[in-house]
Ligand binder design. Sequence first.
Ligand SMILES: [Zn+2]
Length: 59
Amino acid sequence: MRRKLLEIICCPKCKGDFEVSIDEENEDEILTGKLICKGCGSIFKIEEGIPYLLPEDLK
Ligand SMILES: [Zn+2]
């Protein structure tokens, strides 16, 4: 996902902002990592550049 997307997306649970933890990235995209909600602490995975905005506990 492009870093700019971080400014647009928000937590589906509480509409809070995300903090991002990057494991793998290239010049303009985050490939692997985590989105951590600053509001409720929910964690969402980023895999192969795709953010999965589903709470972990729904799996
Ligand atoms: Zn949240």
